[in-house]
Ligand binder design. Structure first.
Ligand SMILES: Nc1ncnc2c1ncn2[C@@H]1O[C@H](COP(=O)(O)OP(=O)(O)O)[C@@H](O)[C@H]1O
Ligand SMILES: CC(=O)OP(=O)(O)O
Ligand SMILES: [Mg+2]
Length: 416
């Protein structure tokens, strides 16, 4: 007897992953097909909460289509995500698709508990919520993104990929602050580090660029976006990073101060009559490049420098000085450095920042070739001359692709 042929064709395999990277005032998203990591749609909602919020959606399926743009008030992350879901649906890529295998979320602070991507359940949500005080700009947005996505597709696995995970390998000597151990432990005060998905991806890509395995190379990664951080990666393992308990420590950023003497805070409380909350806003939102010169976009700062603007010049010099200090520090931490890799918006695009940060470090084997440095490209590339002992590289980051891969690896059906 022959078995009857099935009346319905087998369901399309669920091989797609939607990635949501919810920032304090933006959502970046990508829909990917994980069979070949092809991007089916990408987009960005920015200026959430303002009158002139902007949603830009680009369909890429089948050779791509025209980008669509909306400028209208989008009140919060929930509304933003619903607008994203509508854009995807308009391309036949709606969240109701059976081909969607999972939604991957960037979660900035995972504390000490989460060392790997994790399927989100109530306990995960609770922990991410508990960590809000140490990532006030990021974790609330991440949570809204997760909750909205869960409401839209309650049946689908939702996976959290933590910025902190890559840094959990740091030795205690790098992770502990030299403050009273009991107080630190009671309040879980330590260096957690952030942008870990990017540091992991870029350090691996840098090894590839050098034709080596990640275990063979020591890399200093400089992730210079709106938030900025440096990391020292030995043989693929993070051994130090510049951000700390929160994403405020370390490099000068778009609106964040990075390192300051902690006594600045008591001084402002006692002498400046400022509250803790006011100082929090000052250091996180009104400092860094914007506090120094009124602009946080490196393109605008360079334009002003070229016009002879003094405040912009000083802001640029302070930014670069801090960067150079961290390159020197991580050189010493690693002992031997094979490559320094620049990444994210500033690192990938601002040749003057790369040139100035490496200038004067010839004795360390670090040199930038002016011509190579001025090439504009989306490809990973080396910008140091062939004779240099240490490679200087520009390595575009792709946090969304890395989140998609980690998400899919967790939920994809196994063949074994
Ligand atoms: N062509 C460019 N030249 C110089 N800086 C740039 C350029 N394009 C982007 N940037 C910088 O990159 C920043 C954004 O980086 P990005 O990595 O997208 O940040 P985030 O992910 O934190 O939003 C901008 O604020 C700007 O300073
Ligand atoms: C952790 C952090 O600073 O992230 P972002 O650069 O996206 O603000
Ligand atoms: Mg970023």
């Amino acid at each position: 007897m022959t078995s009857p042929t099935p009346a319905t064709p087998p369901a399309a395999p669920a091989t797609r992953v939607l990635v949501l990277n919810s920032g304090s005032s933006s959502v970046k998203y990508q829909l990917l097909d994980m069979r070949d990591s092809a991007r089916l749609a990408v987009g960005l909602v920015e200026r959430i909460g303002e009158e002139t919020s902007r949603l830009k959606h680009t369909p890429l399926l089948g050779g791509g289509g025209q980008s669509r743009e909306q400028i209208r008030p989008i009140a919060d992350h929930e509304e933003a995500l619903k607008a994203v879901a509508e854009e995807l649906a308009a391309d036949g890529l709606g969240l109701d698709s059976p081909e969607l295998a999972a939604i991957g979320h960037r979660v900035v602070h995972g504390g000490k508990l989460f060392t790997r991507p994790t399927v989100i359940d109530d306990a995960v949500l609770k922990e991410v919520e508990r960590l809000i005080p140490v990532a006030p700009l990021h974790n609330p947005a991440n949570l809204t993104g997760i909750r909205t996505a869960m409401a839209l597709r309650p049946d689908l696995p939702q996976v959290a990929v933590f910025d902190t995970a890559f840094h959990t390998t740091m030795p205690e000597s790098a992770a502990r602050y030299a403050i009273d151990v009991r107080t630190a432990d009671e309040h879980r005060i330590r260096r957690y580090g952030f942008h870990g998905t990017s540091h992991a991806y870029v350090s691996r890509k840098t090894a590839e660029l050098l034709g080596k395995e990640p275990q063979e190379v020591n890399v200093i990664v400089l992730h210079l976006g709106n938030g900025a951080s440096a990391s020292a990666v030995r043989g693929g393992v993070c051994v130090d990073t510049s951000m700390g308990l929160t994403p405020l420590e370390g490099l000068v950023m778009g609106t964040r101060s990075g390192d300051v003497d902690p006594a600045v805070i008591f001084h402002l409380m006692r002498v400046g009559n400022m509250s803790a909350d006011e100082i929090d806003v000052l250091l996180n939102k009104k400092s860094g490049l914007i506090g120094l010169c009124g602009d946080n976009d490196m393109r605008e700062i360079r334009r002003r420098v070229d016009e002879g603007d003094e405040a912009a010049r000083l802001a640029f010099e302070i930014y670069v000085h801090r960067l150079k200090k961290y390159i020197g520090a991580y050189y010493a931490v690693l002992g031997r450095v094979d490559a320094v890799a620049f990444t994210a918006g500033v690192g990938e695009n601002a040749a003057p920042v790369r040139e100035a940060a490496i200038a004067g470090l010839e004795e360390l084997g670090l040199v930038v070739d002016g011509e190579l440095n001025s090439v504009r490209s989306d490809e990973a590339r080396i910008i140091s001359p062939a004779y240099a002992r240490v490679a200087v590289a520009v390595v575009p980051t792709d946090e969304e692709l890395e989140i998609a891969r980690q998400t899919y690896a967790l939920v994809a059906p196994r063949n074994d």
